[in-house]
Design a binder for this molecule. Structure first.
Ligand code: NAD
Length: 496
């Protein structure tokens, strides 16, 4: 067992192997890769570098498990999901520590991620028993037409590092409830939280091979992902990550005509109108924007504030931002941690530089802390930029770092036009007390999810997913999410 930089109440949770067909194994090449704590830049553990040579065994084992699992009564699947849910709940604080050391977020946020993620195991346990087909009496006499729903087969999940528990439970909850088996390929940054989930899935009673995990390094990721997606026994691919990689995955899936769900990047607008409760809007924005140092897909990327309240809102927001405590996620005083990879630091610095060159003003922060005394980890100052323009990089690209850009607008029409002026369509937020405007904005903003006087638009019971280049398919919510893992078969019967 590795010598961990933190203490687990249940040391069994730490798994530094892959799980294939119910066996904890190393890769065929025996290669391993380093996992770094973003809070100090140091390697704290290694994981097996699973590659294309390991894929055939994994798919065959998962497919074999599917032959039995598909026949398991939905109530039994629901009971296993509820047991899993209970075990995750019991080990919440240990799991949160693993998340913090993998991706850097403060411990209270990791615990919050666990609480949010547990909504999915709970919700999909209920969904398992509510899948229904239909029966129809068609126009042709003496006939009956039925539809039956069946699990599609082995599902492959490719997931990002920013919510390494929630992104998996949102997918696995639906897949396992539907009767599919699943192979998860986690991000190279976060291979251990999913290992812990897999260990608890075994303890919950899921049969061997139902839930498998294949960690891999950054270098091997493209080859492993492609082999997993192309394998003929893979019947469904569910991807959460960037739009760039999502498009690659969609192309691979289209070769095999595989059913595919894509949860991709965002460039979400956050609109504050003159008549908004500014204190409420600022509080919600603080939670939304600084969560995981700006690294949530549904974070506010472009904050549009109406002219009459621009100055006042900026002041409220700046005062609150100054109170942030930047530090290692495991330190209980920390309210904002590092970014997860050092790659994000340069992108953030380039966006700030571009904004400054084009007339933006850096009101707070603006620089990398990484490398300065006391900050060995991947830290960037919480940054507020005013006078932002739509032509700036900060408006055109997803920032994914703790940099907040404030744009000024005049009219509602203008705000909607500018909010929609992006290829992305994940989430949009607005704050107003005008009911008519609320309805208009709900209809006119181009996004899959709309937060109205709230920065919190995601929950197990509501469908999650974007439009435009933010992807297709829905996760969570009634009916729609579980259907992503099912086929519909039509039966026509002639009565004698
Ligand atoms: P990413 O696209 O780099 O990686 C996502 C997954 O794809 C990871 O498992 C990664 O290892 C794998 N991958 C990377 N390169 C690959 C390649 N060439 N071929 C095949 N697989 C590859 O994304 P990320 O940096 O891990 O996550 C950040 C992105 O994810 C942001 O754009 C964010 O908006 C998005 N995201 C979206 C949602 C959503 O629900 N819409 C949720 C979280 C994150």
């Amino acid at each position: 067992m590795a010598n961990l930089p933190f203490k687990l109440n249940n040391p069994e949770l730490f798994r530094d192997k892959a799980l294939v067909g119910g066996n904890w194994i190393d890769s065929k090449t025996s290669k391993r890769f380093d996992v770094v704590d973003p809070g100090n830049g140091k390697v704290w553990a290694t994981a097996p570098d699973m590659g294309p040579d390991d894929v055939d065994d994994a798919l065959k084992a998962s497919h074999a498990a599917f032959q039995d699992y598909r026949k398991v009564n939905p109530r039994t699947r629901a009971q296993w999901l509820l047991k899993w849910d209970q075990l995750i709940r019991e080990n919440r604080d240990d799991l949160a520590q693993i998340v913090t050391y993998e991706c850097g977020k403060p411990i209270f946020e990791s615990q919050g991620e666990l609480d949010y993620a547990l909504g999915f195991t709970w919700w999909f346990a209920g969904e398992a028993e509510r899948v229904q087909g239909t029966m129809q009496v068609p126009a042709a006499p003496g006939r009956r037409v039925f539809t039956v729903k069946q699990p599609i087969g082995v599902a492959v999940a490719l997931v990002p590092w920013n919510f390494p528990i929630a992104m998996i439970l949102r997918k696995a909850g639906a897949a396992l409830a539907a009767g599919c088996t699943m192979i998860v390929k986690p991000s190279p940054e976060t291979p251990f939280s999913v290992g812990a989930l897999a260990y608890l899935a075994e303890k919950a009673g899921f049969p061997k091979g139902v839930f498998s995990v294949m960690p891999t390094s950054l270098e091997t990721t493209p080859a492993l992902s492609e082999s997993l997606c192309r394998h003929p026994l893979t019947k469904k691919v569910t991807f959460t990550g960037s739009t760039r990689v999502g498009k690659l995955v969609a192309k691979i899936c289209s070769d095999g005509l595989k059913k595919c769900t894509l949860e991709l990047g965002g460039n979400c607008p956050f609109l504050v109108f003159d008549d908004a409760d500014l204190e409420q809007a600022a509080t919600q924005l603080m939670a939304l924007k600084w969560r995981h140092a700006g690294q949530a897909c549904i974070t506010a990327n472009r904050v549009y504030v109406q002219k009459g309240v621009y100055e006042k809102f900026t002041q409220i927001l700046s005062a609150k931002t100054k109170e942030l405590v930047v530090g290692h996620g495991a330190d209980k005083k920390t309210t904002m941690g590092p970014v997860t990879t050092d790659r994000s630091l340069d992108k953030a610095a380039a966006q700030v530089e571009d904004a400054q060159k084009n007339g933006g003003k850096v009101l707070l922060g603006g620089k990398k802390l990484h490398g300065t005394p006391g900050y060995d980890g991947y830290f960037f100052e919480p940054t507020v930029i005013t006078g932002a323009k739509d032509s700036m990089l900060i408006a055109r690209e997803e920032t994914f770092a703790p940099v907040m850009a404030l744009f000024e607008f005049d009219t509602e029409e203008e705000a909607v036009q500018r909010a929609n002026d992006t290829s992305m369509g994940l989430a949009s937020y607005f704050f107003t007390k005008n009911v008519d405007r609320t309805w208009r904005l709900l209809e006119n903003l181009e996004a899959g999810m709309i937060g109205m006087n709230t920065g919190n638009s995601s929950a197990a019971e509501s469908p999650f997913g974007g439009i435009k280049e933010s992807g297709y398919g829905k996760e969570s919510g009634k009916d729609v999410a579980i259907q992503e893992y099912m086929i519909t078969k039509t039966g026509t019967l002639t009565l004698s």
